[in-house]
Design a protein around this ligand. Structure first.
Ligand SMILES: NC(=O)c1ccc[n+]([C@@H]2O[C@H](COP(=O)([O-])OP(=O)(O)OC[C@H]3O[C@@H](n4cnc5c(N)ncnc54)[C@H](OP(=O)(O)O)[C@@H]3O)[C@@H](O)[C@H]2O)c1
Length: 362
């Protein structure tokens, strides 16, 4: 297909939760996408897109849910495809998906849905309840969503109609641990110790005491010492490769606005060298557009800031495998990953609209 032909065949896109942090990032990325055409930035408020996100240049106005549903219905009624991104708080996505299903009925057959919240990430309602502290709002819908960590299961995402984009910490946790678990390198009887630091944008767009600049700037602290929700996504992935270790993940709030730095200290089950482990990780991610396994250097945040790339590095010390991972929570850990999934769902090149280079200076 020629570029011109691809550009003519645009797919209309709607972003729900338009005022939010990830919606802003998604709208920025969509601006550069050659085949997705933003039709609606959907919000509960009437605030314009550029007043909510002054860094954007879009002329798109916000639309309310009723306007968006009517526009979606008319786009789908013509037999065309449409994509919706649900950049909503946990629980709101499941409610909106129920509304879309009810009101659009059979038209949802041509609707591609990417959920950025946690509502459809865990296949087991019991695991969801344990992680989120309440019963799953729509357990009957879980099997209709595919988990969208492309670098671990690309085939599941290609052509899928409904995808749950992984959590930001959960992405780093899985990229760091799964290759070693699949290769049976790790001891599952000893704890797997994971420490992750996130930037303040991980807390969303509404100001909170923990995101207030005088408090956050040049500061750092740990939270969720009794277990972080994103451990459930790692446990789900590890179970699929036959590993059920004790997972000890401690999350930290860091002084930057964007980025996650993860350090995994994983107990080895057998003797192995750094070079052997590097070869395993490099082979696992061979051909991955957005995961880079470094050799002889460590990942850092500036290199991946505002890019859809994750960086990894491995190192063996005694009977412990250290894995480092950095990614941008807003991009590879959020909006970028969602767009990467949409590209594969719709048959577009995986990288469309997605930066690989980091900002360098943030
Ligand atoms: N921030 C990250 O780094 C990150 C990374 C990965 C995944 N996630 C997940 O992605 C989703 C969006 O994250 P975010 O950081 O963009 O969140 P956010 O900044 O809080 O934005 C969520 C948006 O959802 C809309 N909304 C609809 N119903 C709402 C309600 N009842 N209460 C509050 N807001 C409501 C609001 O937009 P309108 O006012 O325009 O309606 C709000 O701005 C969340 O589920 C989050 O956990 C976040």
């Amino acid at each position: 297909m020629s570029t011109t032909a691809i550009q003519t065949a645009t797919v209309p896109a709607w972003v729900f939760g338009a005022k939010g942090m990830l919606a802003g990032e998604l709208l920025r990325l969509l601006d550069l996408h050659p085949a997705l055409e933003l039709k609606g930035a959907v919000s509960r408020s009437e605030q314009s897109v550029v007043s909510a996100h002054p860094h954007l240049v879009t002329r798109a106005k916000t639309s309310n849910h009723d306007e968006a549903l009517a526009a979606l219905a008319s786009a789908l009624a013509g037999g065309g495809k449409a994509v919706v991104f649900l950049a909503l708080p946990h629980g709101e996505s499941a409610a909106l998906w129920a509304k879309l299903s009810n009101e659009l009925g059979a038209l949802t057959e041509n609707l591609y849905v990417v959920d950025l919240a946690a509502d459809f990430r865990l296949a087991s309602p019991a695991r969801y309840q344990q992680a989120y502290g309440h019963p799953h709002p729509a357990p009957q819908e879980l099997a209709r969503f595919t988990y969208g960590l492309v670098e671990l299961d690309r085939a599941a995402v290609v052509g899928a109609k409904r995808v749950a984009a992984p959590g930001c910490f959960a992405t780093a946790l899985q990229l760091a641990c799964v290759p070693a678990a699949e290769a049976r390198l790790l001891d599952t009887s000893r704890p797997w110790i994971l420490n992750g630091i996130t930037g303040s944008s991980g807390s969303g767009v509404e100001p909170k005491p923990g995101t207030h600049h005088p408090w956050r700037h040049a500061n750092m602290w740990a939270y969720s010492l009794d277990g972080h929700r994103h451990e459930a996504e790692l446990a789900q992935a590890l179970e699929r490769c036959g590993a059920v270790p004790p997972i000890h993940f401690v999350a930290h709030s860091g002084p930057m606005a964007r980025g996650i730095h993860m350090t995994a200290a994983l107990p080895l089950a057998r003797k192995v060298t750094t070079a052997e482990v590097h070869a395993i990780y490099a082979a696992r991610f061979a051909g991955a557009t957005f995961v880079e396994v470094l050799e002889g250097k460590v990942p850092d945040l500036r290199s991946i800031s505002a890019s859809n790339r994750a960086q990894l590095a491995v190192s063996v010390r005694g009977d412990v495998l250290n894995v480092l991972c950095t990614l941008d929570n807003m991009t590879k850990g959020g909006a970028g990953q969602a767009l990467q999934c949409a590209n594969l769902m719709l048959g577009f090149p995986e990288h469309w609209g997605l930066p690989r280079a980091g900002l360098g200076v943030n």
